[in-house]
Design a protein around this ligand. Structure first.
Ligand SMILES: Cc1cc2nc3c(=O)[nH]c(=O)nc-3n(C[C@H](O)[C@H](O)[C@H](O)COP(=O)(O)OP(=O)(O)OC[C@H]3O[C@@H](n4cnc5c(N)ncnc54)[C@H](O)[C@@H]3O)c2cc1C
Length: 438
């Protein structure tokens, strides 16, 4: 073993969360090596993220972490160490604000008390105020969501929505891949190493704890700490470590489509739109470059979940899902057409059993996991990196996190985050929405 192949930590995966873990450890003086089988940082599921930054989770801890996480994006240049840290430039955080459509019994009923308890700025908007701000939004109650081949889909609404919940601080990041490159460069500036086009094929162990990894070209990298941040492949990496069946919460890969459609004529959604979360129609949408609207799904029960092998799944947009998502959005957005040409992306969520991430140690000493990000953790990259670095340092210093879950204070808001909430051995959280809303 050469000295150059010895590190304090190996991080498997250079997506947005993995790169943030590398940066946070490097900031604490750790010599880290990130390994990714793809050619560059953020080329995995991060590359197709909608990169929406919002706080509308179903649990106190989910909302607390997301609001803390927003501040990293608002302070991005400063956080990374200055505007020149990346020769490719830094990403922009478009703080458009979010409106969440309020329909009777809607998700806002869970969210408002949580925003209140955390003092997160929010307002209730009447339908009139909503339509003043976004005149192209319609006011019908369309839910519960159905598929277009179901007659229920075409029934005219008889009720009007209550209004909307507005959170001014939320928005989206322009380019998730570039944001990961930003983190890579910031970590490298602190001494981190990144190895691309190499797959981790074995987790080495010695004396009952992790001792490093083996790459697909036979290279051995030694480190007393290994962190699994492999996104939709996370369960396969856990299997490599011999951890199958050792955790209460599992993860698996879910196929997800995001569609891009032109703004309705006469309205420039790219410049004048904002992020809209419409649980009533089971879609979310936000401005997208080229005067487009980007449409994602809020995973209604009527849509069959496509659990897939992360190395073998259909990467084409399916006609049926295209019609379901775009037509759902067209009910809310007046004048939105169903274009003949399908545009958008297909990628994978790494979904945990309760759609809440797992940020934890494992039963293998020295082996840590930041997985199960369930389509909703892009926004939390910075804060997740911070929490993982604090957790790893505490456990390596002898803290028994399983018996006495670590609490970590937010760098920006000071909020206390209970990392026991994200434990691999928690019971499935009944408060979860079991969807992208966590
Ligand atoms: C379509 C879509 C929309 C989304 N929208 C949002 C949103 O609006 N807001 C939000 O907050 N979140 C969103 N998310 C979720 C968010 O993007 C993810 O939670 C986040 O990007 C996960 O980052 P990661 O670093 O954990 O994983 P990834 O980006 O998937 O990175 C994992 C990396 O590990 C590498 N890897 C895997 N196995 C190995 C191995 N054996 N050896 C070496 N390398 C390996 C992969 O190549 C990959 O690059 C969305 C996700 C998707 C797919």
């Amino acid at each position: 073993m050469t000295e150059e192949n010895q590190y304090d930590a190996v991080i498997i995966g250079a997506g947005v969360i993995g790169a943030a873990v590398a940066f946070e450890l490097a900031q604490r003086g750790w010599k880290t090596c990130s390994v990714d089988k793809l050619p560059a940082a953020g080329y995995g599921s991060t590359s197709n993220s909608c990169a929406i930054v919002r706080f509308s989770y179903s649990t106190y801890q989910g909302v607390a972490m997301a609001y803390e996480g927003m501040h990293y994006w608002a302070d991005w240049s400063n956080y990374l160490g200055g505007p020149d840290v990346d020769e490719s430039g830094l990403v922009a955080f478009h703080q458009t604000g979010t409106i969440m459509i309020e329909a009777p019994g809607g998700h806002h009923e869970k969210v408002v008390p949580l925003l209140e308890s955390l003092n997160i700025p929010h307002e209730h908007w009447s339908v009139e105020k909503l339509q003043e701000r976004l005149p192209l939004l319609t006011d019908g109650v369309f839910g519960p969501a159905a598929r277009p081949d179901d007659d229920a889909f075409w029934v005219e609404p008889t009720e009007r929505i209550i209004g909307a919940l507005y959170t001014p601080d939320s928005g989206y990041v322009s380019d998730p891949q570039l944001s990961t490159h930003n983190l890579q460069r910031a970590a490298e500036a602190k001494g981190s190493t990144f190895v691309f086009n190499r797959q981790v094929v074995a987790i080495n162990q010695e004396g009952g704890r992790v001792s490093g990894v083996e790459l697909d070209d036979g290279t051995q990298i030694a480190a007393p700490v290994v962190v699994n941040v492999a996104g939709p492949h996370s369960y396969l990496v856990n299997d490599l470590a011999g951890l199958a069946g050792t955790m209460n919460i599992g993860t698996k890969a879910l196929r997800h489509e995001v569609h891009h459609v032109p703004s309705p004529e006469g309205f420039n959604f790219e410049t004048d739109g904002m992020h809209v979360s419409d649980g009533d129609s089971a879609v979310y949408f936000r401005p997208e470059t080229g005067n487009n609207i980007l449409i994602g799904s809020e995973d209604p029960e009527c849509d069959e979940k496509e659990w897939v092998d992360p190395d073998n799944y259909d990467q084409e947009i399916q006609q049926e899902q295209w019609e379901a998502q775009v037509l759902r959005c067209a009910k809310r957005v007046e004048g939105l057409g169903l274009p003949h040409e399908k545009k958008g992306v297909v990628d994978l969520y790494d979904v945990s059993d309760d759609w809440i991430p797992i940020y934890d140690r494992t039963d293998l000493d020295g082996f840590y996991i930041a997985i199960g990000t369930s389509g909703n953790q892009y926004k939390n990259a910075g804060v997740a990196g911070h929490c993982m670095a604090e957790l790893i340092m505490a456990v390596e210093a002898g803290h028994d996190h399983d018996a006495d879950p670590l609490r970590v204070n937010g760098r920006y808001t000071g909020v206390e985050m209970d990392l026991g909430f994200f434990s691999r051995n928690r019971e499935i959280n009944p408060d979860s929405s079991f969807s992208v809303n966590g």
